[in-house]
Ligand binder design. Structure first.
Ligand SMILES: *[C@@H]1O[C@H](CO)[C@@H](O)[C@H](O)[C@H]1NC(C)=O
Ligand SMILES: *[C@@H]1O[C@H](CO)[C@@H](O)[C@H](O)[C@H]1NC(C)=O
Ligand SMILES: *[C@@H]1O[C@H](CO)[C@@H](O)[C@H](O)[C@H]1NC(C)=O
Length: 428
């Protein structure tokens, strides 16, 4: 603990004092004077404030005349409550025998700290944060001490000259939130996080081992745009940017996953683009599509990001006049046809246009290029099939004829053998 780091060390000192005073029978350091904390269900000792240790006192509950404990009890200035329950919470009054000195004690009951539940996450390759929640509610004032140290690998780190391994404080930022941040962590190092819950009744520590490359989860890509490509009714161009939290560096790249589906269809198609853009080539002509994208470390460290917000886009409807378009096209289509229409989810486009059929048939009367190509290739295929069939038929007929006319010959090559014989016969 460096004494120059005033804020945190002051907290630490205060807590140390608190911890020390917990071990003495009358904890006083938490909260205003006269406030005492006790463990529900256990024996609690109240101390009369302002009197010297051992001075005999009377004890009363505030507002009740009944004497709880007289000065002749062996406890002197202390009042012991066995198995304190919630009815014991409240204000107690103590008074010396001569009535000269008195004081009040307010008792609040709760539980000692339980080990907090801690998890850590990293949205970039240099910084990570840890968050925690109580393992059990103590209903007492609570603070958390957070620190981390670098774990050493025996044999590897031993040789390193003076590489410090901490512990260093993990600053809670902003203070009072259940979150602390480690800046400038080494990507391949292991760290041990210490989150210690402290309350007037004690402290409880949770240790968690963390390595940046295993918890890394980038933020989703930003600025996703989906645009039609004029003249291509089955294509959409999608582009996006690195998340702002991921500084673009040659050694730490992201890879991406892009998903798209027609708005009415539940199933996503997935592409794994290498760069910051992708062309979808099998969009359903005329239908609005939903597109989203997620990111992951290029070398597969950590996990995929969540999906970006979904963005809508409709493939180009070509140069078709807009009156012929079946049914209600999105209002954006009324603007210049060449202008790409990009709609966000909150945009004017409704998810299911009443006139749109659920099937994937295109709405425009123009036959798309891809379909023409498909028809042509189908035609060629069937022509080739016909030709092949005719050839097989001819061969078969020839075989049958050859078998009927000549003597039985072996196998398929029968009709060819006589030719062979004929050519050889003169040489014999
Ligand atoms: C880590 O955090 C620091 C301070 O907020 C910031 O300047 C730096 O860019 C972060 N590193 C990365 C890789 O995002
Ligand atoms: C390590 O650092 C300490 C002070 O931080 C110094 O006294 C010591 O000589 C250093 N040891 C080596 C091997 O550099
Ligand atoms: C965790 O932190 C607490 C509070 O700073 C400290 O008392 C304790 O020794 C630490 N435990 C380990 C194992 O580092």
């Amino acid at each position: 603990m460096s004494s120059s780091r005033s804020g945190l060390s002051r907290v630490l000192v205060a807590v140390t004092v608190a911890l020390v005073s917990v071990s003495s029978p009358c904890p006083q350091a938490w909260g205003p004077p006269g406030l005492q904390y006790g463990h529900l269900g256990q024996s609690v000792t109240l101390c009369c404030p302002g009197v010297t240790v051992g001075t005999p006192v009377f004890w009363f509950r505030d507002g009740e005349p009944r004497l709880l404990q007289g000065p002749d009890s062996g406890q002197r200035h202390e009042l012991v409550l066995t198995q304190a329950d919630c009815t014991d919470e409240g204000v107690y009054i103590c008074r010396t025998v001569d009535g000269a000195v008195g004081g009040t004690v307010t008792l609040q009951l709760g539980y000692p700290p339980a080990r907090p539940v801690v998890s850590c996450q990293a949205a970039d390759y240099e910084n990570f944060s840890c968050t925690w929640s109580p393992g059990q509610l103590s209903s007492l004032p609570t603070c958390y001490l957070t620190s981390y140290r670098k774990k050493t690998v025996p044999g590897v780190d031993d040789q390193r000259v003076n590489s410090s391994t901490g512990p260093w404080p993990c600053p809670q930022d902003p203070p009072g939130t259940a979150r602390c941040v480690v800046h400038g962590a080494e990507f391949w190092s292991q760290y041990r996080i210490n989150v210690t819950e402290v309350n007037p009744l004690g402290a409880s520590t949770r240790l968690l081992d963390v390595s940046l490359q295993s918890i890394l989860r980038p933020d989703p890509p930003q600025g996703l745009r989906v645009e039609p490509i004029p003249g291509y009714p089955r294509r959409l161009h999608a582009s996006w940017k690195y998340p702002a939290s991921w500084p673009h560096q040659p050694h730490f790249l992201l890879k991406f996953r892009l998903q798209y589906r027609p708005a009415q269809h539940p199933a996503w198609s997935t592409l794994e683009p290498v760069g910051l853009e992708e062309v979808i080539t099998d969009a359903v002509a005329g239908l609005p599509h939903i597109v989203r994208v997620s990111a992951r470390d290029f070398l597969d460290a950590g996990t995929w990001s969540t999906w970006s917000p979904e963005v809508w886009g409709t493939p180009s409807t070509g140069s078709l006049p807009k009156e012929i378009l079946a049914g209600g096209q999105p209002p954006a289509g009324d603007q210049a046809q060449s202008k790409p229409e990009v709609q966000s989810q909150a945009g004017s486009l409704t998810p299911s246009e009443p006139s749109l059929q659920p099937g994937p048939q295109p709405l425009d009367h123009q036959v798309p290029l891809e379909q023409v190509a498909m028809l042509v290739s189908l035609g060629i295929l069937s022509f080739l099939g016909l030709v092949a069939g005719a050839l097989v038929l001819a061969l078969w007929l020839r075989l049958r004829l050859g078998q009927k006319n000549g003597p039985p010959k072996r196998g398929f090559l029968g009709p060819i053998i006589p030719v062979d014989k004929l050519t050889r016969a003169p040489n014999l």
